[in-house]
Ligand binder design. Sequence first.
Ligand SMILES: [Zn+2]
Ligand SMILES: [Zn+2]
Length: 382
Amino acid sequence: MAIRRAPRVCGFSNPLRRSPCCGRIVSRYWLHHGYPRARYRRGVRAWIVDRPGPVASGPVRLVERPVPEPGPGELLVRVICCGVCRTDLHLAEGDLAPRAPGITPGHEVVGEVAAAGPGAGRFRPGDRVGAAWLAGTDGTCRYCRRGAENLCPASVYTGWDRHGGYAEYLTVADAFAHPLPDGFSDAELAPLLCAGIIGYRALRRAQVPPGGTLGIWGFGGSAHLAAQIAMGQGADVHVFTRAPAARELALRLGVASAQDSFDPAPVPLDSAIIFAPVGDLVPAALQALDRGGTCAIAGIYLTDIPPLNYDRHLFQERTLCSVTANTRGDAAEFLTLAQRLAIRVTTTAYPFGQAGRALADLAGDRIHGAGVLILDQNGTSG
Ligand SMILES: [Zn+2]
Ligand SMILES: [Zn+2]
């Protein structure tokens, strides 16, 4: 797409409409009018996964490309900040094969609607919206039809199939953009959009009964948010992790107990969630379950599970299940509860220009809380 210079006079004022000077839709408005100033001169800056490899080899590169245009049913979103998730690191390092060349990572995107394409009517320019991992489904398969869109074989993902939020602008399907709750800063909202939603899905899958007990194995980004929701709903939470700092954080957040990964549970557990990607934890968690308890494995990846003993690990109607992605319903519920229960989020900010350093810090476990890339108002940060 050629970038044109702005004409001197146009009179086009409503970014929701077509430009009367040229008939093109909304985003071209900027190319003609220079809003934001300088945008028409240099396009949009975006990080792309250039050559996937070890993070030390610099797999991401900053490029400039034309302002994306929102197609039918899409929004053009100006990125305010974007969380740095471990999945971005997997993509950069090649563990997760890119689904498009030069893809821009980032699926915890907090932004402002800049323009709406034809037929996109849920949001108005200026609204704060979130873009999360699930970016689209076919809406017609047997899973979508029964409300399990997280299992849709045709689903596409932000920052994997579609350009993500490590950029000044991105386009988002209107139907998959999330309204965001008040009570959080932009940076605090970012990790809620992946770690938070996935943790919440895991919590639902673990079926904690009212006033029940929940064991959580591994206590990182997802776990510390899910634990707060569970406690807000009246559960007693017991944390199992080998990291002393994570045990301290858990106790500060108010959990009933925190111990090492393979320590025995202090009480029989109604539910368990395994966040750590360690198959050896499965028998330990199952053994800690009370009769009728449920153990949910939250991760997308798990090392091999050792042999189970029917009597010690499964009998008495204990259930073992996995968790796959999330639905938009999970996201809406979680964001509502996050506000209602005033959950606390810890973040570390990085200027937009330092995406490479943020990924390296994530790889080296040097980020306190969730890393978040911050873009400034003029898109000139970093
Ligand atoms: Zn489907
Ligand atoms: Zn993520």
